[in-house]
Design a protein around this ligand. Structure first.
Ligand code: IFM
Length: 439
């Protein structure tokens, strides 16, 4: 790597992130069915119809996995709790094995000197709640609040930080408008409602955790730099619409108590009645904001209903996901988030990384270059006064990349999905060296 810890302010934190369904092995330990299990079982949704039933078997191998986090000299482990593992029916009686698992997991982090950064929901909605309309049903805010209370009563006393929902855009737009993720809907009304309810659930969970006496609570959103594909007024307006419903909708809701006008143009007719009244909950104060960033998109106008836009292939080098490598976008979002939304609140890069065609023994230089380029932007914006306090890699190890199954490898650690053997990649070794503590 071209950086060391010493290039960052004292106390700056480096971490690695994962999520429950992507690594744990959902078939184990009494977890209930989720909408990802059935989405994956529906032909055409997921590459080779792969699911998270076994994944990395982290459920049994978490001790070794946390050794890897510690041995990379990382400070923070960002993980998520599976709603259906804790409450197999989404509501009602908890699964004692599930609660015990997260209890052991958090203790295992602390034993290794790692800070546990919890995300309550990273996408595997219990099927029983999906049956009731899932994120389209306003009641989900209350169900989510109850889940928050159950899991955090058990582990909240040892958590370093907590965020309710990973990437609200993915939970709503990607899953209800584009249909790429569970529940695979393509419906503007369902999308608008999911976008609003996900924020209502966020605020509700923040209030529940405050009530439990927890601190260091935040929100984690994902961002894609939206660039007009050409100089036309139409393309510029299309890129502004993309930016509004992707990048600004959720930040505006949480930090300003309103939604951007360009997003309301298409969404307002479909929002639930009385939606403005929910901002009192949605704006529940948070202590930090997390940004997940990977790429940019070139956007042009499209001749069809709102948002009337299309993506255009860009010229920059791409990762295995087909995503352009565009580190300037990370600097842009860190800077504008602080300037327009969060002020002096600490910011964290809660996810950044790339999928490569990597195999053990093969060069891992593209990932090293990707990390270097993005960390460099973090360093630059800190020098400009943006209060970035940490940088977390996606991901600790290769895992279930949702609709793309096990094909796309984001890990610092290679996983052989037959033997489940873990093998650190060159990027892992380089990071470990870069993060060596001087004393
Ligand atoms: O794997 C995902 C993760 O679940 C959420 N953020 C983006 C990652 C890469 O696509």
């Amino acid at each position: 790597m071209n950086f060391t810890r010493d290039d960052f302010p004292k106390g700056f934190l480096f971490g690695a992130a994962t999520s429950s369904y992507q690594i744990e092995g959902h078939a184990q330990g009494g977890a209930g069915p989720t909408h990802w299990d059935t989405f994956a079982a529906t032909p055409g949704n997921v590459v080779r119809a792969e699911n998270g039933a076994l994944a990395c078997d982290h459920y049994h191998r978490y001790e070794g996995d946390l050794d890897l986090v510690r041995d990379a000299n990382l400070d923070v482990y960002r993980f998520s709790t599976s709603w259906a593992r804790v409450l197999p029916e989404g509501r009602g009686g908890p699964n004692p094995e599930g609660l015990d698992f997260y209890d052991r997991l958090v203790d295992a982090m602390l034993e290794r000197g790692l800070k546990p950064a919890a995300t309550l929901y990273h996408w595997e909605l219990p099927s029983a709640l999906a049956d009731l309309g899932g994120w389209r049903n306003r009641d989900i805010a209350g169900w989510f609040g109850d889940f928050t209370e159950v899991i955090m009563r058990r582990i909240g006393d040892r958590i370093w930080s907590a965020a309710p929902i990973n990437e609200p855009w993915c939970v709503s737009w990607l899953s209800h408008f584009l249909g790429h993720h569970a529940p695979g809907l393509r419906d503007i009304r369902g999308t608008a409602r999911a976008m609003h309810h996900v924020l209502l659930a966020h605020g509700t969970a923040i209030q529940v955790m405050r009530g439990l006496g927890m601190g260091n609570l935040g929100a984690v959103c994902n961002f894609e730099y939206a660039q007009a594909a050409d100089d036309s007024a139409e393309s510029r307006a299309a890129a502004a619409r993309y930016d509004a419903y992707y990048n600004r909708f959720f930040l505006s809701g949480i930090f300003q108590g309103r939604y951007p006008a360009e997003a309301l143009e298409g969404l307002e007719p479909h929002l639930p009645s009385g939606w403005q009244d929910d901002f009192a909950t949605i704006t529940a104060p948070v202590d930090w904001c997390g940004l997940n960033y990977y790429t940019r998109k070139l956007i042009a106008a499209g001749d069809w209903p709102w948002p009337a836009l299309r993506e255009v292939e860009g010229p920059l080098p791409k990762t295995e996901m087909g995503w352009e490598v565009y580190p300037d976008g990370l600097a842009h979002f860190l800077t504008t988030t602080a300037r327009e939304f969060t002020g002096a609140l600490p910011l964290y890069v809660t996810e950044n990384g790339m999928a490569g065609a990597d195999r053990p023994g093969q060069p891992d230089q593209p990932r090293i270059d990707y990390i270097n380029a993005h960390v460099d932007k973090v360093r630059q914006v800190i020098a400009d006064g943006v209060p970035v306090r940490g940088y977390f890699l996606w991901s600790l190890m290769d895992n279930y990349e949702w609709a793309l199954g096990y094909e796309k490898r984001f890990g610092l650690v290679h996983v052989d999905f037959d033997s489940l053997q873990r093998t650190p990649k060159a990027s892992y070794d380089a990071l470990k060296l870069a993060l060596t503590r001087s004393c």
